[in-house]
Design a protein around this ligand. Structure first.
Ligand SMILES: Nc1ncnc2c1ncn2[C@@H]1O[C@H](COP(=O)(O)OP(=O)(O)OP(=O)(O)O)[C@@H](O)[C@H]1O
Ligand SMILES: [Mg+2]
Length: 250
């Protein structure tokens, strides 16, 4: 891996080594190496199709790697089924919310708890409804929510798991500013209570304000990592974003 991984945060909670996965002729993960340390908020950026969601799919067990290691809390979880990765303490959101359309908001939250630990699930669901300000729609079916409310619920389902590591795939994309700030407040609160976040984000303002460290992918590989000011002035990053330079301006 190029770049530095030093950080004020703790030791690594996630280490990925030489991770590989192709789709036909496309090397979506072409030897990915990275680390996420405990209590960090790490941003994952890169142009469309650079392999960000594929990395999350590999780490969370949604797809299998063809090679490499994924160490979560020191255990190699590469190739584990999603429910087993989830039980080991990893929660994720999907780029397109993966909700139970015909179940209520409350039922969607409770079903997420069932994938992890059930103790105190009702109380946790009440807390999540309150924090995400979706109490008023608690009995509405997920399919009847607005796009922004669906994003909140997708995030709420991850919160229900009380997982030490949370992967967020563009959780604020396309949402209204007030929903974005509800999500960011919740991220800050969970981080204060010890949660580690690894998040894919296209909004550079958000990346700049929220992330302790940023990992940049291009064409299935990590090209650099560093603080926002470091990566924003990195010529390789500029090159990867050529044509979209305005988005990386500090
Ligand atoms: N299930 C799949 N089947 C075939 N090709 C896939 C599959 N998943 C991803 N790919 C391909 O792998 C590459 C990486 O895709 P991925 O979704 O990981 O990119 P991304 O960085 O998340 O992009 P975006 O910013 O647009 O979400 C792309 O070329 C994509 O078309
Ligand atoms: Mg993606």
């Amino acid at each position: 891996m190029t770049g530095s991984v030093e950080s004020v945060a703790g030791g690594p909670i996630l280490v990925v080594r030489d991770l590989r996965r192709s789709f036909g002729g496309i090397k979506a993960a072409d030897g990915v190496n990275l680390e996420v340390r405990r209590k960090e908020i790490v941003g994952l950026i890169g142009p469309n199709g650079s392999g960000k969601s594929t990395l999350f799919n590999l780490v969370s067990g949604a797809i299998n790697p063809e090679g490499g290691e994924i160490l979560f809390n020191g255990r190699d979880i590469a190739g584990w089924k999603p429910h087993r990765v989830a039980r080991a303490g990893l929660a994720r959101t999907f780029q397109i919310p993966a909700l139970f359309d015909n179940m209520s908001v409350m039922e969607n939250l409770l079903s997420a708890a069932a994938e992890g630990h059930w103790n105190g699930a009702r109380g946790r669901a009440e807390e999540v409804l309150r924090l995400l300000r979706i109490e008023a729609v608690r009995d509405n079916r997920a399919v009847d929510l607005s796009g922004g409310q669906q994003k909140l619920l997708e995030f709420g389902r991850a919160m229900m798991r009380e997982a030490p590591l949370v992967l967020l795939d563009e959780v604020t994309a396309g949402v209204h500013l007030n929903i974005r700030s509800i999500i960011l407040d919740a991220v800050a609160r969970l981080r204060d209570s010890g949660t580690t976040f690894f998040l894919i984000e296209h909004d550079m303002e958000l990346v700049k304000n929220v992330c302790d460290r940023i990992i940049v992918m291009d064409a299935g590989q990590v090209i650099t990592t560093g603080r926002f000011d470091e990566i924003a002035t990195n010529s390789e990053v500029m090159q990867a974003y050529l044509g979209r330079r305005a988005e990386v301006s500090p």
